[in-house]
Design a protein around this ligand. Structure first.
Ligand code: SF4
Length: 413
């Protein structure tokens, strides 16, 4: 049985957006819930700062204060996600980072990421972000086709993406990611290639390419009082029903294959199923998730993991603020849930997460694990292949395996 371990990374969820994109399932407050007195944005930021202190108190008690070479090392990655954290006033970003440095410690070469939208009203001031300590910006570009951006309900143009990347570079941001979507309604293979080529012409360091997924969190039962998702608004639900009709699995597979070939030819490394980078720009934060390292997390809907227990905050904003900023008495943990991961589940998770990476898993893992039962099937179906890294025999997904990974992963749980 594994033991709890201190976090190597920290995630902060800041949930405000100008408007809600109809496909989005993140914990987001938009429109009137993100502006004006009803939004209580300042209260939310103060509650996140309070939660940072509360979680740090607990870590101090379990593992001691952060110290280089000690049992609790300073953080290697801090990630401000959302929502649109680039909308948060810089003074608040600076205050939150000051609490993180003081209570968690941050190594001198840490990756400190801010998610941003590229539109002129949303991208904020990259020079100020650099000044307060962000080293990486991840832009939600989604597409570089004007019509697709409109269909997706985005509020920026391809030129805005170019201006956002140029602004980040001019400010000295060392690593820039673009998120892009494929399997977008009405998106031909040629249009996807045009978006990829336009993205490469902007010379980002990292690309996250996701198939547009249109889930239904209500049907999955994760939108209740303690749930980590918010209900889907009726308009978004109707949009998804229409959009689903214009998606196509075969076209999506071709789009994925095209991206794989094109980026490999440009010298990019597809280090994870959905992520490509120039050498040295792999996302340290996301690698912590896939390598199943422990991470702390604060904010509505955020998930934390200490190696044994997975903990989550409920998505609803007002109970979150009420617990952390009570009118009377001491702050309490916000509502949410927790789950102890059994050794069997831990083994399955470790294999599934590692198989997402291009370095795969040690072949020896297939001797005694759920992989032992599925290896032969997966190899004969062309989903798994053998390779060697530093003299060690390993197994990894083929391109076909990446496309059909869910079929293999379902056998491993
Ligand atoms: S901007 Fe991003 S986080 Fe906000 S609603 Fe759109 S997809 Fe969701």
């Amino acid at each position: 049985m594994s033991k709890p371990r201190p976090p190597v990374a920290l995630y902060l969820h800041l949930p405000f957006c100008l408007a809600r994109c109809p496909y989005c399932d993140f914990v987001v407050y938009a429109g009137g819930d993100a502006r004006g007195p009803r939004a209580r944005t300042e209260h939310l930021y103060a509650a996140v700062a309070r939660e940072l202190e509360l979680r740090a108190d607990a870590l101090d008690g379990r593992f001691g204060r952060p110290d280089v070479g000690g049992p609790r090392e300073p953080l290697r990655s801090v990630y401000f996600g959302g929502g649109t954290p680039s909308l948060v006033p810089v003074e608040w970003l600076e205050r939150l980072l000051a609490v993180v440095r003081d209570r968690y410690g941050v190594v001198s070469d840490a990756e400190v990421t801010l998610e941003a939208n590229p539109g002129p009203e949303e991208r904020g001031d990259p020079a100020a972000f650099r000044r307060v300590g962000f080293t990486r910006i991840s832009f939600g570009a989604q597409s570089l086709d004007e019509g697709e951006l409109r269909r997706l309900g985005r509020r920026h143009s391809p030129d805005d993406v170019a201006a956002a990347v140029a602004g980040a570079r001019a400010a000295g941001i060392g690593s820039v990611n673009l998120d892009l979507l494929y399997d977008v309604p009405g998106q031909s293979l040629a249009a996807w290639e045009t978006t990829l080529q336009a993205a490469l012409a902007l010379r980002p360091d990292h690309l996250s390419l996701y198939a547009l997924t249109l889930d239904d969190p209500d049907a999955e039962g994760i939108t209740g009082r303690e749930g980590d998702h918010l209900p889907t608004p009726p308009g978004a639900r109707r949009w998804r029903e229409r959009a689903r009709l214009e998606q196509d699995e075969d076209r999506a597979a071709d789009q994925y294959g095209l991206a794989t070939d094109l980026l490999a030819a440009e010298g990019w490394r597809g280090y994870e199923i959905s992520n490509w980078s120039r050498p040295g720009h792999e996302s340290r934060h996301n690698l912590a998730y896939w390598e199943r390292r422990p991470y702390e997390a604060v904010g509505p809907g955020a998930h934390a993991f200490d190696g044994v227990v997975r903990r989550w905050n409920a998505a609803t904003k007002d109970p979150y603020i009420a617990a952390l900023l009570p009118a009377q008495g001491a702050a309490a943990e916000p509502p949410g849930g927790r789950e102890t991961i059994t050794p069997e589940t831990a083994t399955s998770e470790r294999i599934i997460l590692a198989l997402r990476l291009d370095v795969g898993v040690p072949a020896a893992w297939a001797d005694r694990s759920p992989l032992a039962d599925s290896r032969e099937w997966a190899e004969s179906a062309g989903l798994l292949e053998s390779m060697e890294v530093g003299g060690e025999a390993r197994l990894r997904l083929t391109l076909r395996g990446r496309l059909l990974s869910n079929e293999l992963f379902a056998r491993l749980v």
